[in-house]
Ligand binder design. Structure first.
Ligand code: CO
Length: 464
């Protein structure tokens, strides 16, 4: 068959997002290595194999050097670009790091073999991209700017997250010099026709390659990916069947067949992927304990009802159970919409989903903002960045009353307030860390990082 002009390009998520979303990020390097050479032959546009939670989980739970994972896979997969997920100024952690740590981390990631950096910010505050973008550019690597997909209504539209919002943000990314743009639908909210209209509009406005990243959570992902393809999306993210579906990504195999013989034919070899899938089935049983087996359904219908991300519901339920108030879940669901609006309608993704969720529960249990979490205070003060809409002035006043840093929120880039930390990290790991990679494990995760380094070099003492 003649090669099609515009094949859909595929980014495979099996080594990162897919196992993060289905088996709590537990896939080990020794189960990736045997199949890596075969994965290298598929012809993926890229493999996302690092970043997100993998750095944390590898050193904390798997006793694996996260840097070593990239080096080892690179040897086995020299032909496929490596992609990582970077949480902007939060890197692969859960707080804003100072610029010197961001610069050193990005440089180290380039040095071990990351080629494409997908960078996102939970609030879509692009000031949180400035330092990492600059560092990636200096290393000559590919910057992919990601826009978090979010909704305030059941479908795309309304006063905040409408087509104009995403088009405007895509244009800004283009102006910032990115090499490609992704719509990052971490909660699996994007509906098929919304995906169609969104990518049509994006295609008309920006010239860069466009990618759709979505999750299977709500059950709509395969349909949405197909409609995005019809609208002209260049790249889509999938996983090998055993680690696909559930809260992970659409599977690659059915997509290949769906597109076969069309003008967007992927050209990928189904037989090869079938063999790779068989391999993953052989190693899957040891990870089965990490699968969510609390429900028969492999999709989460709450997402269709309330657009509340799956992980957030789990947290709400456990918080309410602790307070002996699980019967108030329907009230909390309603309260979330109000609390989120008052807090400037942020996308619901870690950490904003956590901030809005916990505060909504407290508002139901004790009355609106009678009790306020420290995270909510930091958020309202501006330490996470700027939300898409202004925070309700009354709520702002209540929340910041007596806040030690001040009662007037900051308007600068949050990281401008953070002192450099890299030299302190070098000092703290003196005599233990052998190189900058070791130092960075500590700089990002001081407690578990230090424990890991001691284990790595056989310095672990019994007091640990
Ligand atoms: Co994802």
């Amino acid at each position: 068959m003649e090669k099609v002009k515009n094949p859909v390009k595929i980014v495979d998520l099996t080594f990162r997002d897919a196992h993060q979303s289905s088996i709590a990020t537990r896939l080990r390097i020794e189960d990736m290595e045997p199949i890596a050479p075969e994965m290298d032959k598929v012809g993926f546009h890229a493999v996302e194999m690092w970043g997100g939670a993998t750095f944390d989980v590898a050193h904390r739970f798997l006793n694996e050097d996260p840097w070593d994972r990239v080096r080892r896979l690179k040897k086995l997969m020299p032909n496929t670009p490596f992609q990582m997920l970077l949480r902007g100024q939060n890197l692969v952690g859960y707080r804003n790091y100072p610029d010197d740590v961001v610069e050193a981390f990005v440089k180290a990631a380039c040095d071990v073999g990351i080629d494409i950096f997908r960078v996102f910010d939970a609030l879509n505050d692009f000031r949180n991209f400035e330092t990492s973008f600059k560092a990636i550019k200096e290393c000559g690597k590919h910057i992919q700017g990601a826009i978090c997909y979010s909704l305030t209504e059941r479908k795309l539209g309304g006063p905040v997250y409408n087509i104009e919002y995403f088009v405007k943000h895509a244009k800004r990314l283009e102006d910032m010099g990115v090499d490609s743009i992704a719509i990052k639908d971490q909660a699996g909210l994007i509906a098929p026709y919304d995906a169609y209209h969104l990518f049509k509009a994006l295609k008309e406005t920006v010239k860069l390659p466009l990618e759709l990243h979505t999750h299977y959570t709500s059950g709509m992902a395969s349909m949405s990916v197909l409609k995005a393809i019809e609208a002209g999306v260049d790249i889509v993210d999938t996983a090998i069947a055993p680690f696909a579906l559930r809260s992970a990504a659409p599977a690659i195999e059915p997509l290949i067949v769906a597109l076969e013989g069309t003008e967007r034919d992927t050209g990928l070899n189904l037989e090869k992927l079938f063999e790779i899938g068989k391999y993953f089935e052989t190693i899957a049983p040891k990870y089965k304990e990490f699968l969510d087996t609390t429900k028969m359904a492999v999709i989460d219908t709450t997402v269709l009802m309330h657009q509340i991300p799956g992980g957030m519901t789990t947290n709400l339920v456990s918080q309410l159970k602790q307070a002996n108030a699980i019967n108030r879940l329907p009230e909390v669901h309603k309260k979330i919409a109000q609390t989120r609006r008052e807090l400037g309608s942020p996308p619901l993704v870690t950490p904003s989903s956590q901030i809005v969720g916990s505060q909504a529960v407290l508002n139901v249990l004790f009355g609106d903002y009678k009790m306020v979490t420290n995270q909510t205070k930091d958020y309202v003060y501006g330490l996470y960045g700027q939300p898409p809409m202004p925070i309700d002035p009354e709520v702002q006043k209540k929340v910041l009353k007596g806040y030690p840093r001040g009662e007037t929120p900051i308007t600068c880039r949050a990281a401008d307030l953070i002192e450099p930390e890299l030299e302190k990290a070098k000092e703290a790991t003196k005599g233990i860390a052998k190189d900058i990679y070791d130092v960075l494990i500590y700089a990002l995760f001081p407690q578990t990082g230090m424990q890991f380094l001691k284990r790595k070099y056989g310095l672990e003492d019994s007091s640990d």
